[in-house]
Structures are given as structure tokens and as C-alpha cells.
Design a protein around this ligand. Structure first.
Ligand code: NAD
Ligand code: TYD
Length: 351
């Protein structure tokens, strides 16, 4: 009976991950520690909230006493750290919060896990700390080439730099203390439960409300998109079979420009929902400061070592995603009431 401490499990990827592993394993216990910031939403976990293997704790990964008390109460086998401030635009407005949660919070989790595992059994390899990181730590690519695990760390935004700093602390705990760790670096995820400050749910929501679709710069920046369930599958494989101390890049060679993504969404909605949703909604706005041009993952290592491959093709994943938002309008309504509107108005002044 393995016990997982999943942090940030009420967010987009964390909630998909908890649903994924509770469906896959019946003999595990999940403790979900989440602060419930604006991005955390217990509605994402409604379908498993009464599962007897699932426990929710509201709290901050930076809180030493709280995290220590969880290790005292449970014999935790795996820590999977999703908790983070995750939005680049917010990091440009307020870098400090990103350093607190993403860097100091990670160090707090590492330190308490190390101490608890040392006390219990001299850090054996049946324990593991997994840091859920991002391809953004590698910076930006030109027109060719891909990020491999040995690419230089060359982060640009306060968000990616805070994630890169956290990764280096995870590496330090492995190199210095032989702490059993893995780091995963995934490309952009899309799918159900993503907060509508990120490109895909924001565009779907704005289309449905006939609001302008804000395109930063010329819309030709490129991201490498992966369906969220394929990311969850990769993390599960890394927990079970990743070689200790290793970094695994995760991505499915699915690069698209932002304009391509936006036009696909418009095309689907105009055909299936309302013909008046069309490209006239596209509105070019001021570019993001320090906007990374292109991300592209080389997933050879995780494919060869762990046998991972993406199961959902983009053409299917994007339809599944749009359909999910159409079927969950109430979820979107709830999440976009309150604070969201204030953020949106500040971010997209005049649009
Ligand atoms: P998200 O913003 O949707 O969710 C983050 C969750 O963390 C929220 O539930 C929030 O309440 C919680 N949280 C924030 N600060 C906390 C704190 N101090 N203590 C406890 N909980 C806290 O983010 P996401 O998109 O689900 O990303 C999850 C992780 O995956 C992040 O670490 C992110 O860097 C990484 N990642 C994301 C993507 C992507 O495309 N979204 C891609 C690669 C990696
Ligand atoms: P985002 O979803 O914020 O992810 P990230 O910046 O972490 O890759 O943005 C994806 C791309 O879409 C990025 O190039 C910025 C662009 N973008 C827009 O053009 N308009 C928007 O309103 C948003 C949120 C993003």
C-alpha cells in the first residue's frame, strides 16, 4: 500500500494525475496538499472526493510544521510536487510569489522528506521525490533543434527561472545527500480542468462569449502541446521506474504556432456550436515581455528507458478538450466569477 503525498493536486495537472492514478491503482493512498490559491479548485476532484484512498489537506508547501506533521502521521513513500505558481504572465507582474512557492516551497518539501526518510530507513530507493518541472527551464529554441535533458538551463521568465532554481535544488539533494529524486520536464499541457488564464481554455471561453481573442505579438510563437493524460502516464512511469537522480523530458513532437491553435479552436466551434464564431475575433495585442519563441521536446530518453509514448494525437486531444469545456460550462462560469475578472481586466486592458 504505497502512500503518495501529491502537492498542488487541486490544480490542472495535479487533479488529472490524482484521477489517473486512483483509476489505475486500488491499493494506494493519496494525500493531496493544496493551498487552494486562485488556481486550485476542489471541483476538479469532485468525482473522487469520496474515494476512501483519497485525503485532502488544505495548506502551503512552505509550511514546515504542516508538512512535517503529514510525514509524522503517514509513512509517505512518494512525494509528487505539482504545487507551483504556474503562469508566466503573472510571474512578470509579481516574481516574488513565484520564488516563495516554487523555490522555497520545493526546498521545504525536500528537506522534510529527507529528514523523515532518513529517520525511517536511511533513504532507501523505495522512497522517491518527483519534481514536476517544465521544458521552459531550457529557454527558447530557434527554428531547428529540440531540448534534450542535457540542454543548458537558460530560463528567461521569472516563472521559468523559479522552476529552474527549484530543479537545481532537487539536483543538489541528490548529489549531496543521495536523496532519491527524479525531475520531469514536460512541454505545454492541454485538457480538462485547465485554468482559463492559459491559452487554450482562455480562447475557448472567449470564443463562446464572443470576446476578443488576444494574440501576443504576431502569433507565431511555437509551443509543443501534450494531452494532459499522457503527462500523467509519464509521471506514473517515472515514479515506478525512473532511474534515481535522472531528469526525464516529456513531449510528443506536436509543435503548433499560437495562431494555428487559435484557428483550430475557432474552426471547431464555428462548425459545431455557432457559425458566428469566426476569425474576426482575433485581436493582436502587445507582446509578452521576454516572450520565448519556440519550445520543442526530444522525448527519446523516456521512450527508450521507460517505454513511454503519447497515446492521444493532437487532432483527437483538442476535440476532446473543447468538448469537455462545452460540457462543463458551469465549471467555467464558477472559475471565471470573482477574482478572475479583475485579473483579466488588468491583463487585457481595453480588450
Ligand atoms: P496550476 O496553476 O493549474 O495548479 C497549481 C496548484 O498548486 C493549484 O492547485 C494551487 O492551489 C497549488 N498551489 C500553489 N501554491 C501552493 C502552495 N504554496 N502550497 C500548496 N499548493 C499550492 O498548475 P498546473 O498547470 O497544474 O501545473 C502543475 C505543475 O506542472 C507546476 O509545477 C508546473 O510548473 C508544471 N508544468 C505545467 C505545465 C503546463 O502546461 N501547465 C507544463 C509543464 C510543467
Ligand atoms: P500559456 O498558455 O500562458 O503557456 P506558456 O506561456 O507557459 O507557454 O501561453 C501559450 C502561448 O500562447 C504563449 O506563446 C503565449 C501565448 N498567449 C497568447 O498569445 N495570448 C494569450 O492570451 C495567452 C494566455 C497566451
Amino acid at each position: 500500500m504505497k502512500i503518495y503525498l501529491v502537492t498542488g493536486g487541486a490544480g490542472f495537472i495535479g487533479s488529472n494525475f490524482i484521477q489517473y492514478i486512483l483509476k489505475k491503482y486500488s491499493d494506494i493512498t493519496i494525500i493531496n496538499l493544496d493551498k487552494l490559491t486562485y488556481a486550485g479548485n476542489l471541483e476538479n476532484l469532485k468525482c473522487i472526493e469520496n474515494n476512501e484512498n483519497y485525503n485532502f489537506v488544505q495548506g502551503d508547501i512552505c509550511d514546515r510544521n504542516l508538512v512535517s506533521s503529514l510525514f509524522e502521521k503517514y509513512d509517505i513513500d512518494y512525494v509528487v510536487n505539482f504545487a507551483a505558481e504556474s503562469h508566466v504572465d503573472r510571474s512578470i507582474l509579481d516574481p516574488e510569489t513565484f520564488v516563495k512557492t516554487n523555490v522555497l516551497g520545493t526546498v521545504n518539501l525536500l528537506d522534510i522528506s529527507k529528514k523523515a526518510w532518513e529517520l525511517k530507513d536511511e533513504i532507501k530507493s523505495d522512497k522517491k521525490y518527483v519534481q514536476v518541472s517544465t521544458d521552459e527551464v531550457y529557454g527558447s529554441l530557434g527554428e531547428t533543434g529540440y531540448f534534450t535533458e542535457t540542454s543548458h538551463i537558460d530560463s528567461h521568465s521569472p516563472y521559468s527561472s523559479s522552476k529552474a532554481s527549484a530543479d537545481l535544488m532537487v539536483k543538489a539533494y541528490f548529489d549531496t545527500y543521495k536523496m532519491p529524486v527524479n525531475i520531469t520536464r514536460c512541454s505545454n499541457n492541454y485538457g480538462p480542468y485547465q485554468f482559463p488564464e492559459k491559452l487554450i481554455p482562455l480562447i475557448i471561453n472567449n470564443c463562446l462569449n464572443k470576446k476578443p481573442l488576444p494574440v501576443y505579438g504576431d502569433g507565431m510563437n511555437i509551443r509543443d502541446w501534450l494531452y494532459v493524460e499522457d503527462h500523467c502516464k509519464a509521471i506514473d512511469m517515472v515514479i515506478n521506474s525512473g532511474r534515481l537522480g535522472e531528469v526525464y523530458n516529456i513531449g510528443g513532437h506536436n509543435e503548433r504556432s499560437n495562431l494555428q491553435i487559435i484557428k483550430t479552436i475557432i474552426g471547431y466551434l464555428s462548425e459545431n456550436v455557432d457559425a458566428s464564431i469566426n476569425e474576426s475575433l482575433i485581436t493582436y495585442v502587445e507582446d509578452r515581455k521576454g516572450h520565448d519563441k519556440r519550445y520543442g521536446i526530444d522525448p527519446t530518453k523516456i521512450k527508450n528507458e521507460l517505454g513511454w509514448y503519447p497515446e492521444t494525437k493532437y487532432e483527437d486531444g483538442i476535440k476532446l478538450t473543447i468538448k469537455w469545456y462545452l460540457e462543463n460550462k458551469k465549471w467555467m462560469e464558477n472559475i471565471t466569477s470573482g477574482d478572475y475578472q479583475g485579473y483579466y481586466n488588468r491583463m487585457y486592458k481595453g480588450y
